[in-house]
Design a binder for this molecule. Structure first.
Ligand code: UDP
Length: 490
């Protein structure tokens, strides 16, 4: 629908790659459906990252403007900004606190836009972590929508647990999460260490709880998900928030927007060709792909057990590997972290390919030789895997990942959980056994593969547009645009 909708939308992601890229994908999606002017606001370094991502992509981006927010207290902030691309988890909290210093420059930006356009923006779309934007929007009478880069089920568990501290009111290891059916049980090992300790007075609670509460007061939520793959999660989230929730996913970024920093180098050019060539030489569904996303890694003894279990499983694999916990995740890799001669022997026998630092994930998942994905189950990885009908082995580490895995296992039946967090002892036998279950296409693995293919079809369907027949995500996007254009009831 190419209706000429004039108006300005301002978008504010959290300053981390896993948020910037889905925001950019959402911006492009809105841009395809409308002629709104879109401005994405962020810190100078992230704007530079977005600018290079946009300039290396081929489609026109004339309506996406980028605005730098320079914190007034810029000397204190610049350090933090330097860490945003690949921040380890504790730095995410620093990022959160740092985001609060962006409010004054954000207010100035909105005043400037209001002056230039002659009226305030039609809508401000902000990250769930940046609830303070809601205060800015309210003071202008502008509509504020929250965009969550997570799935509906995962984000509901996350916001509900944080909103109902202390979540575990008894000594039992299992507990109920408000918003989920009464008989639903979560386990304490699905809470990260600092969430287990959170009581409302710690740093995490003091930042997150008010931001979540403010985001829950926005005018609606946009979710990077699909009606038919998360019917339960969406129903429960709508019920919990009592707000409109638009499921507009999957917002998969064009490959050229992914990790341009890494992919532009010679190193990754070789990785892409090498991966494709290697996969071409393998049988259909015979390869296990392994990656823990852009921010995470496992601990040294887990890494050893994973390597040994892989070796014993006899399966082929591509492993995007980074130094273990305690070392610079982007630093040099040492052979000591793997069994002696592992990388060479896997290469020589063509059993396994180790890709250091960054792998071409979408290309690997879309290859017919890839049969399963051992993943930390960050939401983007989940959507990418499901889009290509690839079942998963879950190894969640933090945030919404444990809840994503719970849903993949219990609601969708497309995954088996291997372990949780970087604090467990994993045995090579468990690794081998789990791989065998998921990649055995006679038994349980066959059922998972069929379900994953069914979900892939739902995802494609959601995005189709044949004349008057529109998929659910296309309709949600139409409805979102209509809402943005309708007068806001104050
Ligand atoms: N990714 C990639 N190559 C890698 C690691 C990650 O292309 O080696 C991409 C992956 O395709 C996904 C994103 O980075 O789009 C990771 O997002 P996700 O939500 O899965 O996890 P996060 O990194 O935010 O924990």
């Amino acid at each position: 629908a190419e209706t000429p909708n004039k108006g300005h939308i301002v978008m504010v992601p959290l300053m981390a790659q896993g948020h910037l890229i889905p925001f950019l994908a959402l911006a492009r999606q809105i841009q395809q459906n409308t002629s709104f002017t879109i401005t994405i606001a962020n810190t100078p370094q992230n704007i530079q990252h977005l600018r290079s991502a946009l300039s290396s992509s081929t489609s026109p981006n004339h309506q996406i403007h980028l605005a730098e927010l320079v914190p007034f207290n810029s000397t204190q902030h610049s350090n933090k900004d330097n860490n945003t691309q690949k921040a380890p988890l504790t730095d995410l909290l620093k990022l959160g606190y740092a985001s609060l210093t962006l409010e004054p420059p954000f207010r100035s930006l909105i005043s400037q836009i209001t002056e230039e356009d002659g009226h305030p923006p039609l809508c401000i779309i902000s990250d769930m972590f940046l609830g303070w934007v809601n205060n800015v929007a309210k003071s202008l009478g502008t509509r504020n929508l929250t965009f969550t880069t997570c799935g509906a089920y995962g984000i509901l568990a996350y916001i509900s647990i944080w909103s109902n501290l202390p979540h575990r009111k008894t000594d039992s290891d299992e507990f109920h999460v408000p918003g989920f059916p009464q008989n639903y049980r979560f386990h304490k090992t699905q809470l990260h260490r600092f969430l287990q300790a959170a009581d409302g007075t710690d740093d995490w609670s003091r930042f997150l709880v008010p931001q979540i509460q403010l985001s829950m007061k926005s005018d609606g939520w946009i979710c990077n998900t699909i009606e038919k793959i998360e019917p339960l999660g969406l129903k429960l989230l709508r019920n919990y928030l009592q707000l409109p929730v638009w499921a507009v996913g999957p917002l998969l970024p064009p490959a050229s927007l992914m990790g341009s920093k890494h992919r532009s180098g010679k190193e990754t050019g070789i990785a892409l060709d090498a991966c494709m060539e290697w996969l071409d030489s393998k049988d259909e569904n015979s390869v296990l792909y392994i990656s823990f996303g852009s921010l995470h890694t496992i601990n040294a003894s887990q890494m050893m057990a994973l390597a040994e279990g892989l070796e014993e499983s006899g399966k082929s694999f591509i492993w995007v590997i980074r130094p273990p916990v305690g070392f610079d995740i982007n630093g040099e890799f040492s052979a000591e972290w793997l069994p002696k001669g592992f990388e060479e022997s896997m290469r020589d026998t063509k059993r396994g390919l180790l890709v250091h630092k960054w792998g071409p994930q979408l290309e690997i998942l879309s290859h017919t030789s890839t049969g399963a994905f051992l993943s930390h189950c960050g939401w983007n990885s989940v959507l990418e895997s499901l889009s290509y009908g690839v079942p998963m082995i879950g190894w969640p580490i933090v945030a919404d990942q444990p809840y994503n895995v719970k849903m993949l296992v219990e609601e969708m039946g497309v995954a088996v959980e291997l372990t949780r967090s970087t604090e467990t002892v994993v045995s090579r036998e468990k690794v081998k056994k789990t791989i065998e279950i998921v990649m055995d296409y006679e038994g349980k693995g066959k059922v998972m593969k069929e379900k994953a293919n069914e979900i892939a079809a739902y995802i494609r369907e959601a995005k189709t547009e044949k004349g008057k027949e529109k998929g659910s995500s296309v309709r949600a996007m139409d409805d979102l645009v209509t809402t943005i254009l309708s007068p806001k009831v104050l």
